[in-house]
Structure formats: structure tokens, C-alpha cells
Design a protein around this ligand. Structure first.
Ligand code: ADP
Length: 269
């Protein structure tokens, strides 16, 4: 997700999402019963697309925040800013806006945020469903339509960081992985218009690279990268050049690893 600044979304066309299991039903149940949701899975496997799809399906505005280690509680809740008249004016942060609007607040890569920042989620994420705004003395009661969704990638680099048990035990959790081959092939075709036989080859290649991934790479090749490879191919780049740029060079900086990845790519493409 490219969103260093919060984004608000209420698009007219529904983002296409191909279900893999019962994730749509689970999300709808959580929404209806006011349960906060944690979506975990590797980068580029469809978490953000799924949440955008669900927000659209449930007709709720989506407030997305890409979390990072400088993110403060004020970035989420709001702050006083100096206006043109020189006076201080209160500005709601994306979390507060989502609560007021009865929208879905999606905190992407929540483990990147400092733990003292995520603590402000606690009263919102349990049965109190409240957002205390210390600076203004206000306490907002979240309407039934408000939903809190967080995502994180439990991969290698996050093993140490994790999430405080007191935070994570407030969420119903949904595990995502790369879609099974037939679904991922469909996704590639939907997103890029690539010929089905090339989509199939890319997915077989992706499976082979993921099998290697556990040994040599921090993380397996994402659906997103396979889509990039398909786009380059659609743009007229030769198969191997497209796979080198979209897959091998994106996955590693180590010349030996890249050479090994290219060998696998040559076998499959
Ligand atoms: P992340 O898990 O990092 O949030 P994204 O949601 O951005 O990943 O997914 C990356 C890309 O993969 C999306 O652009 C989307 O096209 C595609 N994708 C992955 N899974 C699916 C799916 N089940 N249905 C439709 N698109 C998918």
C-alpha cells in the first residue's frame, strides 16, 4: 500500500476481489456484531484489496492509515493546528473521522506503530467502543457502523516486534496467504488482461519461487509482483526481462540469489 498519508475512500466502482475461503462471511459477521478484525498475512497477498472490497460492499467510507514507527496517537486522533487567523483549531485525525462517520478505519502494518500509539485503540477495540480525545476532553461513542480493522505481516522481520497481547487479544483474526493457483491465475488475468496460458506459467513460476523462498529469501514472491511481471509482459517486454525486473531484482540484491532466481525463471518461462 502506498499511503504515507491517511487516505479516505468511497469509490463508485467496487474493487474486484476473488474470495479464497470464508473471509467475506467472516468480515460481514464481524461488522454486524461490532468485532474488531485483525488481518495477517505476507505482503502483497490481497489484504488491502479485500478490505477495500468489503468497505464498498458494506457501503462504509474507508479511512486507511499506513503505520510507521513515528506514528503518534495525535496522528490518529487529531491535533490543534494554527489557522490563518493565528488561533488554534482542532483537526480530527483519521481514526476520529472514521468514528464520527461510522466508517471503517484500516491501520495497515499496525506492528510498525509504536506500542504507546496502539494503546489508544484499546477502549475502541473492546466492548466499550469509545474513543477518548484527551486534548479536547471529548469521549466519542462509536456508532454501530464503525469498524476497526488492522493488518500486519507476521513474517520474518516482525517476529521480534509482534503485537502486545493486550492489543491483539481484542481482535478476531483472519489469516491470509497467497491465493491458491486457480484463483491467483484469475487475478492475474483480471488485473492485466494477460493471456491465460502465460498467466498459468507465471503462477507455476511463482509457486516454484515460493518453494525456494523459505531457504533463500526473506519472503515469497507476492501476488503483487506477479501482477507487475504480467503488466511488463503486456507492455511488450520479453518474458525473461519482465521476470528479471518484476521478480528477481525485486526479491533480492544479492547477485548469487538473483542468478539462482533467474535459473528458476528460465526453466518456467
Ligand atoms: P497486501 O496484502 O500487501 O495489502 P494488496 O491487497 O495490495 O496486498 O494485494 C496486491 C495485489 O494482489 C492487489 O492489487 C490485487 O490485485 C491482488 N490480489 C491478491 N489477492 C487477490 C484476490 N483474492 N482477489 C483480487 N485481487 C487480489
Amino acid at each position: 500500500m502506498d499511503a504515507s498519508t491517511p487516505s479516505t475512500e468511497s469509490s463508485t466502482t467496487q474493487p474486484l476481489y476473488r474470495p479464497v475461503g470464508q473471509e467475506i462471511e467472516l468480515f460481514e459477521y464481524a461488522y454486524k456484531h461490532q468485532l474488531p478484525l485483525l488481518v495477517k498475512g505476507p505482503t502483497g497477498c490481497g489484504k488491502t484489496r479485500f478490505i477495500r472490497h468489503m468497505a464498498h460492499r458494506l457501503k462504509r467510507p474507508l479511512f486507511t492509515v499506513a503505520c510507521h514507527d513515528d506514528l503518534t496517537a495525535a496522528d490518529l486522533v487529531g491535533r490543534h493546528l494554527i489557522g490563518p487567523d493565528g488561533g488554534a483549531h482542532w483537526h480530527d485525525g483519521p481514526l476520529t473521522r472514521a468514528v464520527r462517520a461510522g466508517g471503517i478505519c484500516y491501520l495497515d502494518e499496525v506492528v510498525e506503530a509504536r506500542k504507546d500509539t496502539t494503546v489508544i485503540l484499546h477502549p475502541l477495540a473492546d466492548d466499550r467502543r469509545q474513543l477518548p480525545i484527551e486534548r479536547t476532553g471529548e469521549t466519542l461513542d462509536a456508532p454501530p457502523e464503525f469498524m476497526l480493522v488492522v493488518s500486519y505481516n507476521p513474517g520474518y522481520q516482525n517476529l521480534m516486534k509482534g503485537m502486545k497481547p493486550s492489543t491483539r487479544q481484542r481482535f478476531v483474526a483472519l489469516r491470509f496467504d497467497f491465493p491458491p493457483a486457480p484463483v491467483e491465475t484469475r487475478v492475474l488475468i483480471d488485473e492485466t488482461g494477460i493471456a491465460p496460458h502465460i498467466a498459468q506459467r507465471l503462477i507455476t513460476l511463482g509457486t516454484a519461487l515460493r518453494a525456494l523462498g523459505e531457504v533463500d529469501l526473506e519472503e515469497g514472491v507476492s501476488t503483487r509482483l506477479l501482477i507487475y511481471a504480467a503488466r511488463l509482459i503486456q507492455g511488450g517486454f520479453p518474458l525473461l526481462a519482465a521476470c528479471r525486473s518484476a521478480l528477481a531484482e525485486s526479491l533480492s540484491d544479492d547477485p548469487e540469489v538473483i542468478a539462482a532466481l533467474m535459473e528458476v525463471i528460465e526453466v518456467h518461462m
